[in-house]
Design a protein around this ligand. Structure first.
Ligand SMILES: [Zn+2]
Length: 426
């Protein structure tokens, strides 16, 4: 199976979304296709286009780096001797450019364009529909293709790109043998649920407030710090949401009057492994989902910066946007509304069950999924403000007699949190 998809260089081609890489390129999509067609195993190969493009990109950046050196060298030579500060600054800039060029050259000398995917790149699997999958080099693949079909991978790619027709073929005389000894380590983990009963005619309706409490441990495939075995504390992702959840539970449970609807606070587990905890909850709900009228999620609410608060799911009920705007008059956030209800956090599981959702998010940062996501970088006052606004949102939703309507938002390509969510591998 070739990776990616045909026509990556064709802006009008059938797969021309997301820089030429469509959702059909996702490894799990390819694997499920293979399973449906009765495959016994899969060998992945890098597509020649991507490998060639990586080489071109590298040459281009070396050329750019050289041009930058020339410009900065001119500036350095033009700096007047009398002004020592300017000379030193120009020299530093020049040195920076030379260093960049050197490191580009060094990586060009031993390119890993046909690099193999790291183990776990395609994410986790519950083992039920698994298929032994390997990744082989283009050289290995070409050896077989040439012997069996008299063609190379590039030939096939060019043919496919010319008419978008498959070139699947048997390789007569070739057999593959391989052993996969992946051990699945299983562990029991739990969602933690707190319930605050309501009172009155709507008391059998539920509002879920959630935040995942797991993170990525000592790194590994979900870490963005390659090779690190340092503890990843995940202060923002998602100790911030977990703390906010506890604070909301504390505040709402200390109200003298019960609310008209039931509040269910859930600290989800296994979010980082693919929304496991919330997926389990919607499969085995503690309270009926058809009477669950809304789900509010907090995942990364600890880094409020410049008052910017992103509201995912704002289009999943017609009420959300006007209500949030009104509530925000007292809160003073710069709100960014993202209508889509599906996304890489636990609200997605509930939206999949046709429940209106809102996900509070104070935006990404360079410490995301790295050991440096630590408590001293949290904006605690910002967390307080998120809690305060969400508290009013919860009370308002619990007290409004009508339940929020559910809206199906036209699905866009999946947002990739952090730009590098491993289990969206292509
Ligand atoms: Zn998270």
């Amino acid at each position: 199976l070739m990776r990616r998809n045909p026509g990556q260089n064709d802006p009008h081609g059938p797969f021309a979304t997301g820089h030429g890489i469509s959702r059909h390129a996702e490894l799990r999509t390819k694997l499920s296709q293979a399973i449906q067609h009765g495959a016994a195993g899969v060998l992945f190969i890098n597509d020649p286009y991507s490998v060639a493009k990586a080489a071109t990109d590298r040459t281009e950046s070396i050329t750019k780096a050289q041009a930058e050196i020339a410009t900065l060298a001119d500036e350095y030579l033009a700096a007047p001797d009398a002004e020592g500060d300017k000379v030193a600054a120009a020299r530093d800039k020049l040195k920076g450019a030379v260093d960049r060029w050197k490191s580009l050259k060094a990586s060009a000398e031993k390119p890993e364009d046909d690099g193999l995917m790291k183990f776990g790149y395609a994410g986790h699997n519950d083992g039920k529909k698994g298929l032994p999958s390997f990744h082989i080099t283009q050289a290995q693949c070409n050896e077989m293709l040439k012997a069996a079909l008299g063609k190379t991978l590039s030939d096939l790619e060019t043919e496919i790109d010319s008419d978008y027709q498959p070139r699947s073929a048997l390789l007569p005389g070739w057999k593959i043998q391989g052993t996969s000894d992946v051990k699945q380590v299983r562990a029991d983990v739990s969602n933690v649920i707190g319930v605050l009963e309501g009172e009155g005619p709507l008391a059998n309706e539920t509002i879920v407030i959630g935040a995942h409490y797991d993170h990525v441990g000592r790194g590994g495939e979900n870490s963005l710090a390659p090779g690190s075995t340092d503890i990843h504390n995940g202060a923002d992702d998602n100790a911030s949401g977990t703390a906010a959840l506890l604070e909301l539970a504390r505040r709402l449970s200390s109200r003298p009057q019960k609310l008209p609807r039931r509040l269910v606070f859930i600290a989800f587990t296994g979010e980082e492994l693919g929304l496991l905890g919330s997926a389990y909850y919607v499969k085995e709900p503690v309270f009926p989902l058809d009477k669950t009228i809304a789900m509010f999620n907090m995942d990364m609410v600890g880094r409020l910066n410049d008052d910017k608060l992103t509201m995912f799911g704002s289009g999943t009920s017609s009420r959300w946007e006007p209500e949030l705007k009104a509530l925000n008059e007292a809160s003073g956030f710069k709100l960014a509304f993202k209508p889509e209800g599906f996304g890489p956090s636990d609200h997605s599981s509930f939206y999949g069950k046709k429940i209106p959702v809102l996900h509070f998010f104070t935006n990404n940062h360079p410490d995301y999924h790295r050991p440096s996501d630590d408590w001293e970088k949290l904006n605690v006052e910002g967390m307080f403000r998120v809690v305060e606004m969400l508290e009013r949102m919860i009370i308002q939703t619990a007290e409004t007699p009508e339940r929020p309507d559910y809206i199906e938002v036209k699905q866009k390509p999946m947002a990739q949190r952090g730009g590098n969510r491993p289990y969206f591998g292509t």
